[in-house]
Design a protein around this ligand. Structure first.
Ligand SMILES: [Cu+2]
Length: 313
């Protein structure tokens, strides 16, 4: 539980003031999401162990074929694939999805430690240097083979994890294979592009983040990660999306109204009619893994629902 004010929030919703003009109250005691390398080794270990715990925790009943909550986490993302990628819902959904992970870790694995993020642009493309891909933590990130194949991960906290979502009749291994040429594209220049004068509109920022560093790292890390729809099978997904969320937060911090208002499209009907707009009231769902929320609930990370910020920008 993050300190700060579930009681206060209950009071506010009973007054019915979660509408467009009245943002959620601020969190009294904001927690800090640390960059991986700013964490103590013991905290790193307890985080990966908590994630591993979800892989061994019986499913919640969201997906009939699941053997664990982790299977359901990946399956839900697969089911929602079209609704949460390539649309402006992308950033709020994935912020909510990270909140889902935090909630599941706390409720089912007693994890109350920090939710880490990974500053992917701090390297010269040599991601094993990140301190993530080690035998203590996430396991190896080997290069993609000459024939374009990944390698089953047999070290680290998630060694020999079997990927079952979305098709339990075709299980596979958790697999990685780095294409350095691709991951090398995640540069600070690319990062700055998404925060510059060409990206002052929310949709421009979202598109920039989604189509550059977000896409590059999914593609560059290899097989499990490059299948976008089921990529949360690889726990590195959440470190990666921590950085995606950090980028949005950094962009929001530059102009205060960016944490209270939203624009853009939640859906494109495809028949030439206008898009369905993304608003504070647009519903975000994990199909029952945690309760649904709205975009307005997650827009400001420092409100008393989300209640976090990052340790550095
Ligand atoms: Cu996604």
């Amino acid at each position: 539980m993050e300190a700060g004010g579930s009681g206060f929030r209950g009071k506010v919703s009973s007054l019915g003031s979660t509408n467009e003009t009245q943002p959620q109250p601020k969190c009294a005691n904001t927690t800090i999401r640390p960059e991986w390398n700013n964490m103590a080794d013991a905290d790193k270990l307890s985080y990966v162990q908590a994630v591993k715990c979800l892989m061994g925790t019986p499913p919640l009943g969201v997906w009939d074929n699941a053997t664990s909550i982790w299977d359901e986490v990946a399956w839900v993302h697969d089911q929602l694939n079209e609704r949460v990628h390539g649309v402006d819902t992308f950033l709020p959904f994935h912020r909510y999805y990270l909140h889902m992970l935090k909630t599941l870790l706390a409720e089912h694995c007693s994890y109350t430690g920090p939710m880490p993020w990974w500053r992917e642009t701090n390297y010269t493309g040599n991601f094993p240097e990140s301190g993530l891909f080690t035998a203590e933590y996430f396991g190896a990130l080997p290069p993609l083979s000459e024939t374009g194949d990944g390698t089953c991960i047999t070290d680290g906290a998630f060694a020999n994890f079997t990927v079952r979502a979305p098709d339990p009749n075709n299980p596979s291994c958790l697999s990685r294979g780095e294409t350095k040429q691709t991951t090398d594209e995640a540069t600070t220049a690319m990062l700055d592009l998404c925060h510059g004068s060409a990206t002052t509109e929310y949709t421009q920022h979202r598109r920039c983040v989604e189509q550059t560093i977000h896409a590059v790292m999914h593609e560059g890390i290899g097989p499990t990660m490059w299948l976008l729809s089921t990529s949360p099978n690889d726990p590195i997904f959440f470190m990666h999306h921590g950085f995606v969320d950090w980028q949005w937060k950094r962009w929001q911090n530059a102009v205060p109204s960016r944490s209270t208002t939203i624009t853009g499209c939640a859906e494109y009907p495809g028949d030439g009619s206008p898009c369905i707009p993304l608003t504070r009231d647009t519903v975000l769902t994990t199909m029952g893994l945690i309760p649904d929320m709205t975009v307005g609930d997650v827009l400001d990370t420092e409100n008393d629902i989300m209640c976090y910020t990052y340790d550095e920008f």
